[in-house]
Design a protein. Sequence first.
Length: 279
Amino acid sequence: SRILKKDSYNIDKLVFSADGRKFYLLTEDGTFEIWDIALGKKIRTFNISNEMQDFIVFSPDGSTFVSNTNNGMQSWNIESGKKVMLFEGIVEPDSEIQFSLDGRYITAMLSTCDIGFWDVDSGKLIHIIEYIDCDNVFDEKYLPNRQIVAFLTFKAISLWDMKLGKKVKEITGIDYSMKIRLSPDGRFLATFSGQMLTIRDLESESMLHKGGINIIDWQYFPNYQTILIGFDNGSLLLWDTKSGYETTINRCINITAMAISPNGNIFLVSSDNTIEIWE
């Protein structure tokens, strides 16, 4: 419906505000910007690149983001750009940071392969668990109401309950996956391996596959059964995993980031310094 253009620097990340009226973007030079959807323009900018390392992760409600720094993980308020919490302990560079689905906990895998669990409100490290990679399949029933986080190892994915600090399931015998992502309701697990995207229903154990040209990114819609897939030739695919219905959007420019609004009515696609608004 609209195309917005930035002045400079390519876009690395996009995310909507919780009310869907604004979106946030992070550029390759570490500049963080807030944009108003209705106005179609930037309303705030701040730069904290000197305090960021590796990458940032957004809280599920879109109010804060967390980055690894020299002094530990640091959270910032998105609207004000002010620091909120410095978390206990030092997370090694390149460690992945993840929020629980309700935003109450953060976890990161350390360079020692131990798993740390932090309370978001206090910043305290509440669990440290020695991670052991094994080939056994855990038969404990998966409960989607738990605060589950997924960790990727070679040919295995382990699901951990962040509150209990306990592994509840391990999926083995899979192809090596480059990326994994849980749906917001914790029921579906998407794994990307080479040119194949696999969606696993963690309750029924059923699987769906979607192949094709190289996949750049994918995002869940709020109904959890529709997925937006972006390919390296610039095209987009809307895939209803329940009905199998597909809608292809042919584009010929690259994709750097994607984001879906909380109500699922709008999604954003960035290409270098250009942002497309799709309805």
